[in-house]
Design a protein around this ligand. Sequence first.
Ligand code: DQA
Length: 143
Amino acid sequence: MKILVLHGINLNMFGKRDPAQYGTVTLAEIDQRVRTLGKELGTEVECFQTNHEGEMCERIHKAHEEGFHGVIINAGAWTHYSYGIRDALAILKAPIVEVHMSNVHAREPFRHVSVFADVVKGQICGFGAESYLLALRAAVAAA
Ligand code: DQA
C-alpha cells in the first residue's frame, strides 16, 4: 500500500509559526513520524510540500496516475478558498483525508469553512502533530 501526504501553503514554517496553534514540531519531524507509523502499518508514505497552488494541483494530477491507495492533505489556508485544489482532489479515486493541526472550528470564522469538505472521505483537526498520525490510520482503514 502507498499513501501520499500533501502539505500546502506555509506549512514548511511549522516549528517557527504561531506555536500556540501549531506547537514547535517541524514539518520534517511530522513527516518522520508519519513515515515511522507507515512502516508499522505496512504502508509506504510519500510526503510533498509546496507553497504554489498550481504545483499542488499538478502533484494531485500526477497522483491520479500513480495508484496511491489514499491521500492525506493539509492544504493550510488554501483549504478555506481554493476551488482549484478542490476540483483537482475531486478527480482522485483514492480516499482523501483532510487534516489540520489546529481545531479550525475554534478559530476565526473563515477557518470554519473547508471547500474540500464534500470531496474528502473525512476530516481530522485539533490534535497537533497527532492529527497526521490519526489521518494515516484513517487513510489505511479507508484504503
Ligand atoms: C491549518 C489551519 C489553517 O486554517 C491554516 O491556514 C494553516 C494550518 C492547520 O493545520 O491547523 O495554515 O491547516
